[in-house]
Ligand binder design. Structure first.
Ligand code: 13P
Length: 257
């Protein structure tokens, strides 16, 4: 990893104020691992309380709407989450794509809105088990990213800072079965090549590519050793400070000798 590893916890629909103590513990631990960038994406209701107290970690959201406001009952805009203290947003997660029928064009519109609101974007991609078994995973992910990313000339100038890709094979999410390091290496190489095609030699190599899907403290070091893995997007194992910071420690160790 050339850039500082980026370890992001996606709390999904977990967490009431009772979880604030866990966020505090994560924030305190992150202060001891400054070589790793640690961030949390709690449910919307916890963004502001965590942001208010956090001294080290960044706080983000798990989604936002593609419009900047209006008659969209139950939705929330990029500007609103930024106002609550979010500095980044996860977009295009497979659970949003599946549960809310989000398509690539919608994800792209959300990304444009998020960039306009000054947020960093973690854009998710990943294939189903059926697609992987048919041998079409690389082509699927390439097409999904091409259609979900804003065009290069509409990206923010500091795109390597503001954009991050998360490769999350759907079959590895919440199953306890992470992708093999060979599969991760192959897909991250594909994504890197696509980013260089799209963004050029200056920015394409710098955008971080995270792996997500059953990352745990005991498999994290092997995953972080894979070329082009710039960190992890962590679901279940981000819910306690112990397991989440075990992953952050695995990311910081290669840098601590
Ligand atoms: P798990 O770490 O629980 O497999 O979830 C991964 C994920 O979906 C993160 O966005």
């Amino acid at each position: 990893m050339t850039r500082r590893p980026y370890i992001v916890g996606n709390w999904k629909m977990h967490g009431t104020r009772a979880m604030l103590s866990e966020a505090r513990a994560i924030d305190r631990a992150a202060q001891r691992h400054m070589k790793v960038e640690v961030a949390l994406a709690p449910p919307y209701t916890l963004i502001h309380p965590i942001h208010r107290e956090a001294e080290q970690i960044a706080v983000g959201a798990q989604d936002c709407h593609h419009a900047d406001g209006g008659a969209h009952t139950g939705d929330i805009s990029a500007a609103m989450i930024a106002d609550a203290g979010a500095s980044f947003v996860i977009l295009g997660h497979s659970e949003r794509r599946q549960d809310h029928s989000e398509g690539d064009a919608q994800v792209r519109a959300k990304a444009e809105m998020a960039f306009a609101a000054g947020l960093r974007v973690i854009l998710c991609c990943g294939e189903s088990l059926a697609t992987r078994e048919s041998g079409g995973a690389a082509a699927f992910v390439r097409a999904q990213l091409l259609a979900s990313l804003p065009p290069a000339d509409e990206m923010p100038a500091e795109v390597a800072e503001r954009l991050c890709i998360a490769y999350e094979p759907i079959w590895a999410i919440g199953t306890g079965i992470a992708a093999t390091t060979d599969d991760i290496a192959a897909m991250h190489a594909e994504i890197r090549a696509l980013l260089v095609d799209l963004l050029g030699e200056e920015h394409g190599p710098e955008v971080r590519i995270l792996y997500g899907g059953s990352v745990k403290p005991d498999n994290a070091a092997a995953i972080f050793a894979v070329p082009e893995v710039g960190g992890a997007l962590v679901g279940g194992a981000s819910l306690t400070a112990d397991s989440f910071m075990g992953i952050a420690l695995a990311a910081s160790e290669p840098f601590e000798s």
